[in-house]
Design a protein around this ligand. Structure first.
Ligand SMILES: Nc1ncnc2c1ncn2[C@@H]1O[C@H](COP(=O)(O)OP(=O)(O)OP(=O)(O)O)[C@@H](O)[C@H]1O
Length: 335
């Protein structure tokens, strides 16, 4: 940092404008100086007036850049290249039946198993970055090492984004205002472009389209979920997305998953929907609280998925026509 000129600092870390403003430092015309030289040329009176300590300020600037980089997810070592699940035990303390499970960005893993078998528990282990300190005794590694405590405790540096069946807004904002606020809180540079992109993607997922002026409280369940999924995919810094059953979500689930993995997310989802489970590369079978098997999706299953997608298309068309109050005609439905 010491060797960088103010111009270079601003170029690399545009958010430092705020730091200079907050400290009432007028840097105009001094951009070619490094920060310490700039401070040195300020006269005593000015330093006193602005309550500036030239010895500490460079260190404060360093710390500001560090904190903001973490907040914005810019730190290189924040990049998640792999998520590893190490085995624990089931509800009867029987060891789990796998060595280790490594999941890479853009991969989808489904979690299947009967009610109460422990699907949500597995998602919670990942969210909490378990280190043999949950009822399952599992451990989670990020980039093949025990995760930094910052993943657990920092509210701004969330490892994981959660998407669930129930998503309701309680704030009184339009879609545009909501997206702008979120983009600002993430210090996104091209806030308008991002908001437009999120709205466009959300509308591809939602059954009924909505506009940027729609109040978020008037969005239907499906529209809210579509908005949250598009927002998570495009704006959220969380590299891992956990989905707890989006079966009845009223959105195009296939497109939702495609959008998430197109943004390099690691996706784990608890689901019994064959259309979703077979989109995954692998599925974890949970029984009695433990991982009983990790199955690769076979070629036959992928072919079956294509057929089921065609069936799903038929069902969707019929549903759309019914909703529009029309009489169903087989020749229109089975195209
Ligand atoms: N290995 C384990 N050891 C002890 N308790 C466990 C273990 N796995 C899960 N549990 C507990 O079992 C209960 C049921 O688990 P969970 O809610 O994760 O099931 P689920 O498969 O998500 O169920 P549903 O399909 O009904 O949502 C929870 O209280 C959970 O903490």
């Amino acid at each position: 940092m010491k060797r960088l000129t103010i111009a270079q600092i601003l170029h690399q870390y545009p958010f430092t404008v705020e730091f200079f403003q907050q400290n009432r430092l007028d840097i105009t015309g001094f951009e070619q100086l490094c920060f310490e030289d700039y401070l040195e040329q300020l006269d005593e009176r000015e330093l006193e007036e602005k309550a500036i300590d030239p010895k500490n300020l460079p260190e404060e600037l360093n710390e500001y850049i560090r904190q903001m980089s973490i907040f914005l997810g810019l730190e290189k070592n924040n990049k998640v290249q792999s998520l590893t699940i190490l085995p624990g035990h089931d509800k009867k303390a029987v060891p789990e039946n796998f060595d280790e499970l490594v999941i890479l960005p853009s991969q989808i893993v489904a979690i299947v198993g009967p009610t109460g078998s422990g699907k949500s528990r597995l998602l919670a282990d990942i969210e909490w970055a378990a280190q043999r300190d949950t009822p399952t005794g599992r451990s989670i590694l990020i980039n093949n090492t025990l995760p930094d405590a910052k993943w657990r405790y920092s509210p701004n540096n969330k490892l994981v984004a959660q998407l669930s069946q129930n998503m309701n807004f309680v704030i009184d904002l339009s879609v545009k205002e909501f997206l702008r606020l979120h983009a600002q809180s993430r210090m996104a540079e091209n806030e308008q472009k991002l908001s437009a992109e999120i709205l466009a993607e959300a509308n591809k997922l939602a059954g009924e389209s909505f506009s940027e002026d729609t109040p978020v409280t008037s969005l239907s369940g499906g529209q809210s979920r579509a908005l949250m999924i598009a927002d998570t995919a495009i704006l959220s810094a969380s590299p891992i997305v956990l989905i707890d059953e989006i079966e009845n979500a009223g959105i195009d689930r296939r497109k939702a998953l495609e959008l998430l993995i197109s943004q390099d997310k690691i996706v784990l989802m608890a689901t019994h929907d064959p259309l979703l489970a077979l989109m995954a590369d692998r599925r974890i079978v949970i029984r009695n609280g433990g991982i009983d098997a990790v199955l690769e999706t076979t070629q036959d299953e992928k072919k079956l998925l294509e057929k089921m997608n065609r069936l799903d298309c038929i069902m969707q068309t019929a549903r759309r026509e019914l909703r529009a109050g029309k009489t169903l005609h087989p020749e229109k439905i089975f195209v």
